[in-house]
Design a protein around this ligand. Structure first.
Ligand code: NAP
Length: 455
């Protein structure tokens, strides 16, 4: 272990670790971005906890336990063999088995895997459940693939991954491009290879086949429960608020559903091609039919709703005036300029359903204004929280009712909000949920690392 004087200034310590991280990972832009956002928040913690500097917690925590990468060869419908790269980043298992989703998307690379896995450590700690942090995926593009191709790819992926995962080792789940269908194929292959019904190895399975009721809805509903707490503290509610949601995937659809249920008017959503604006309020039945059932593009929506408009390209969605903005698509979808536009148009709340959808400039703009800002690490933790509930049901070989799962999710989101808010106050940043959630998550993991000794 590097010996560092406890007299070292906390800021110097954090800067020094960050400098090394940038040197070692020079080309990993997303990873550096995620690390910087967390590091800035942690300076006050190191000021009050010199023991964390003594044990060099920061330099240890930013180095993943291991990064696994592997070849995934599979045959397409023309019998042509294709090759993709698979990843699993096992970042930290101090609190529980590694836990985090799998992303199948052509942009997947080591930087994206590391940023997602790093954030997952703190998100999972915030849920209060026994889960560590990890993430995985592949640069495989599921778009335009047949069901048989998806199945063969998932089987080939699991044929490599199975040796690194297990109910007490590492428990993957879904993310972009990986839903219940893909989880089903991955689970089937794992079971066949292992010759055992270890249902807790994957979460996001279909209800009735090892999956939990309420998992599909959990991230979107959880996001809205989190925003409900933000609004409650500001003595407001969702009723009659105008909401813009980006994306029209799993997180976006169920965020829209719950926001509408709470009385909000959701006027826009998008996919990677463009966005729709429906001034009368989005008809979610049409969006679900197009995206969940038919796998079509969001632009088809306007053929069913003559008063709605479609705009090609995603950037403009943040120029639609709204009270609440919920980015639920992907990383870096709001930059500083878009944040300024949202603020100028009177946005009151921005809460992240996606992982790192706002870049650092955007976050700084929100924090410097009166906007209430809910960072993804806290606001979108509902999905992984219900995944941990799925693991608990798998261990007990039983199923809980939808109401039971939803009520636990609601309590977890309230508790994440309260813990983040309290930590922000305690360290002198009242109202800043970025600092609060980073600190609350970090301290749980850091204390566990002290207990477990140096490794
Ligand atoms: P998903 O079901 O695959 O949906 C992603 C949605 O975002 C799709 O509508 C996609 O459009 C759209 N999209 C992708 N890139 C875009 C871009 N550059 N601009 C605008 N829209 C874009 O994925 P998801 O599970 O909802 O995940 C969305 C985000 O939430 C990700 O950041 C993920 O890491 C995060 N998250 C997910 C969960 C979960 O439980 N699923 C939990 C926590 C965090 P196309 O249909 O055109 O691809």
């Amino acid at each position: 272990m590097t010996t560092i004087s406890t007299k070292t200034n906390a800021q110097q310590y954090v800067d020094g670790v960050f400098l090394k991280l940038k040197e070692k990972n020079a080309h990993q832009i997303e990873f550096i971005q995620a690390a910087e956002e967390i590091f800035i928040s942690l300076v006050p913690v190191f000021e009050q906890h010199p023991e964390y500097i003594q044990h060099n917690i920061l330099e240890r925590i930013i180095e993943p336990d291991r990064i696994i990468s592997f070849r995934v060869a599979w045959q397409d419908d023309q019998n042509q063999v294709q090759v993709n790269r698979g990843y699993r980043v096992q970042y930290n298992n101090v609190i529980g088995p590694y836990k985090g989703g799998l992303r199948f998307h052509p942009t997947v690379n080591e930087s994206i895997m590391k940023f997602l896995a790093f954030e997952q450590i703190f998100k999972n700690a915030l849920t209060g459940q026994a889960i560590g942090g990890g993430k995985g995926g592949s640069d495989f593009n599921p778009k335009g693939k047949s069901d048989a191709e998806i199945m063969r790819f998932c089987q080939a992926f699991m044929t490599e991954l199975y040796r690194y995962v297990g109910p007490d080792v590492d428990v993957p789940a879904g993310d972009i491009g990986v839903g219940a269908r893909e989880i089903g194929y991955l689970w089937g292959q794992y079971k066949r290879i292992r010759g055992a019904y270890e249902a807790g190895v994957l979460t996001g399975k279909k209800p009735g086949y090892g999956g939990s009721l309420g998992r599909k809805e959990a991230t979107g509903y959880g996001l809205v429960y989190f925003v409900e707490e933000m609004l409650r503290e500001a003595k407001q509610s969702f009723i009659n608020q105008k909401v813009v949601v980006s994306g029209s995937g799993n997180v976006a659809i169920y965020a829209i559903e719950k926001a509408q249920h709470f009385g909000a008017k959701v006027v826009a959503c998008s996919d990677s091609s463009g966005y729709i604006y429906d001034p009368e309020g989005i008809d979610l039945k049409i969006v679900k039919e197009l995206k969940e059932v038919q796998g079509k593009r969001i632009k088809e929506y306007v053929t069913h709703r003559p008063n709605a408009t479609y705009t090609e390209g995603c950037d403009g969605i943040w120029s639609i005036p709204c009270d609440i903005a919920l980015p639920c698509a992907t990383q870096n979808e709001i930059n500083g300029e878009q944040a300024r536009t949202l603020i100028a148009n009177g946005v009151k709340v921005v809460a992240e359903g996606a992982n790192m959808p706002s870049n650092l400039d955007a976050i700084n703009e929100f924090l410097a204004s009166d906007v209430l800002f809910g960072p993804g690490k806290a606001a979108n933790a509902g999905g992984v929280a219900v995944s941990a509930l799925e693991m608990a049901q798998n261990s007990g070989r039983n199923y809980w009712s939808e109401q039971e799962v939803d009520s636990k999710l609601h309590d977890i989101m309230k508790s994440i909000f309260n813990e983040s808010s309290e930590a922000a106050k305690k360290y002198g940043y009242a109202g800043n949920l970025v600092v609060g959630s980073n600190i609350a998550g970090f301290i749980k993991v850091a204390n566990g690392m002290l207990v477990e000794g140096v490794y």
